[in-house]
Design a protein around this ligand. Structure first.
Ligand SMILES: [Zn+2]
Length: 365
């Protein structure tokens, strides 16, 4: 075996990272190695991460926020004035079936013990792990669904809603600062992690998720009139985001977001923040209404949202994502839902006509 293959690494970096995404330097070797292990043996390295940085106590703190946000989604369905009682009933059945128990780490970690790993042969390790994964996937054919399976590894800084399982999953990686800090005040937590939870829950009722029922089957459970009302409201969101331009095409011409490509994520962002906000107001600390560092609790929910959304992206990456990513760039994931919320306007005493107040507010959930 060759001792190293830096030529291939540089070529890969030059095209995928530098040319396509505008990276200025290659990631340090240790980061690339950690990524490789996370990709191939993520539930093994993930267990080490969870034992050290998360643990069972972390899970309980999040579970309470999940329950409170879930109650707000239920309230949102009950009070949606555009939805008929018939469709609401079905939406509530679906809501009751959402599995929100996958928090932090799997109850049973994947067993990789059949993979041969050695210290001096990266390619062989990689191949063995790939073969293991391929065998694992093939073994599912003809068997019933394994509902305990996770699609993300525990250290992943992300979360998901899986329509076929009707479940939300929050790995330990996203349950840490700046998204979640068990010692921070609750207003911040609801704005930062509460809205992530609300976002994932809303996916069950976005333009795609709404097409699945509570058991994860692709079924149309909507009355025709309600589906039409939903589409009208969603179109408002699509139009709103199609007006946002995060970057130019390199020649000074603005590139705009594709409001249809990003629709589901935008609907989920809007619903998610709204449910997190109202869940906070009903929580213990939300009732106490204390000013901290000069900010009211209502303002701190939005600050938590803003702080947890911070990111820095090269223009090249932004141009790539605009045509490929169903998520809007962070700046508009932040602004989009806020301008639609009268709650933001009153929290910061904004006046009509100011940039953070939309004259034509969109709302699905
Ligand atoms: Zn999403």
């Amino acid at each position: 075996m060759p001792k190293h293959s830096s030529g291939l690494v540089s070529e890969y970096y030059a095209f995928n990272s530098q040319y396509l995404r505008g990276a200025a330097t290659i990631e340090p070797r240790w980061k690339r190695c950690v990524s490789a292990v996370d990709n191939q043996l993520g539930e093994a390295s993930g267990k080490l991460f969870v034992d050290k940085y998360f643990g069972a106590a972390g899970r309980e703190n999040v579970r309470r926020i999940v329950q409170n946000v879930l109650s707000e989604l239920e309230e949102g369905i009950r009070t949606a004035d555009w939805m008929s009682p018939e469709t609401k009933q079905k939406a509530l059945v679906k809501l009751k079936k959402i599995d929100a128990s996958k928090l932090g780490f799997p109850d049973k970690y994947r067993d990789y013990s059949s993979i041969v790993i050695t210290r001096d042969d990266f390619i062989a390790n990689y191949t063995h792990a790939s073969q293991f994964e391929s065998r694992r996937q093939k073994a599912k054919i003809g068997k019933s669904l394994d509902r305990s399976e996770w699609e993300m590894t525990p250290p992943t800084v992300n979360a998901y809603y899986e329509p076929a399982f009707n479940e939300i999953v929050l790995p330990a990686g996203i349950l840490q600062p700046p998204m979640f800090d068990k010692d921070s005040d609750e207003a911040y937590s609801y704005g930062a992690i509460g809205r992530v939870i609300g976002h994932e829950l809303t996916h069950g009722f976005d333009d795609e998720g709404r097409k699945f029922d509570g058991d994860g089957n692709l079924t149309d459970w909507w009355t025709e009139a309600d589906a039409k009302s939903f589409d009208e409201r969603a179109s408002c969101v699509a139009k709103q985001y199609s007006g946002y331009s995060p970057v130019d095409d390199g020649n000074g011409k603005p590139l705009y977001l594709n409001g249809r490509l990003t629709l589901g994520e935008n609907v989920a962002d809007n619903g998610g923040l709204r449910f997190a906000y109202s869940a906070y107001l009903k929580s213990q600390q939300g009732k106490e209404s204390k000013v901290v560092d000069g900010f009211t609790p209502e303002q701190r929910v939005f600050l938590g949202y803003a702080i947890s959304r911070c990111e820095n992206v090269a223009q090249e990456t932004s141009r790539l994502l605009i045509v490929t990513d169903p998520h809007s760039p962070a700046k508009f994931r932040l602004i989009g839902p806020i301008v639609n919320m009268p709650e933001f306007q009153s929290a910061f005493a904004c006046k009509a006509g100011q940039p953070m107040v939309s004259a034509n507010r969109c709302r699905v959930w």
